[in-house]
Design a protein around this ligand. Structure first.
Ligand code: ADP
Length: 191
């Protein structure tokens, strides 16, 4: 199996590049943000639990998110592999993910961070907000909250994964296809 964790700040292009990798390698793409948005739209139990947090730009509590992730994995097995877009985002989630992977006899092939400057991200997100209608893309304040959540809770994962030597950082600046090529090179080298 090819299992890739793609992480990066809000607006770093995770979703776009995850789609590219999914098509290229026939993977199942689990975007935790998309799963939350779908559930919020359908007002499911999970959606109701996640709604206030996502709308404020805060992370959804770990217990809710971890259960959701395991469900998504379970529903899609067997498959050629997964691309995890937006999970894990906390150290706790990373620990829980290890347990889930062990349970389903899976391993992570690579953890990749898309690296982009905060200034560029805010511009990208405000522009996206005009088209996407996503409420968390509409105000500088909510974007700032998301960037702070990333810095405080997600960034420590870089050190966590560097210790197991599967961590890679790829520049997320440039044309979309250039960034895809960078990722392709990387995945080919770990495959
Ligand atoms: P972005 O990376 O641009 O913030 P996402 O679509 O990945 O967008 O996530 C949107 C929102 O969904 C996040 O702000 C957060 O509220 C929630 N979310 C997504 N993934 C997680 C996660 N692993 N843990 C907690 N909350 C999450």
């Amino acid at each position: 199996m090819l299992n890739i964790v793609l992480f990066g700040k809000p607006g770093s292009g995770k979703g776009t590049q995850a789609n590219f990798l999914k098509d290229k390698y026939n993977l199942v793409h689990i975007s935790t943000g998309d799963v939350f948005r779908k559930n919020i739209k359908n007002q499911t139990e999970l959606g109701l639990k996640a709604e206030a947090y996502t709308q404020n730009g805060e992370l959804v509590p770990d217990d809710v998110t971890v259960l959701m992730l395991e469900n998504e994995i379970k529903q899609n097995l067997p498959c050629k592999g997964f691309i995890f877009d937006g999970f894990p985002r906390t150290l706790y989630q990373a620990d829980e993910m290890n347990k889930i992977l062990f349970k389903y006899k899976m391993k992570l092939s690579a953890i990749v961070a898309l690296d982009v400057d905060d200034d560029l991200l805010t511009d990208r997100l405000l522009k996206r907000g005009l088209i996407s209608g996503r409420s968390d893309d509409q105000s500088r304040e909510k974007i700032l909250t998301r960037l702070n959540e990333y810095r405080n809770k997600t960034e420590p994962l870089i050190e966590y994964y560097s210790k197991i030597n599967r961590f890679h950082s790829v520049s997320g600046v440039g044309e979309i296809h250039e960034i895809s090529l960078r990722l392709l090179d990387l995945v080919e080298s770990v495959k």
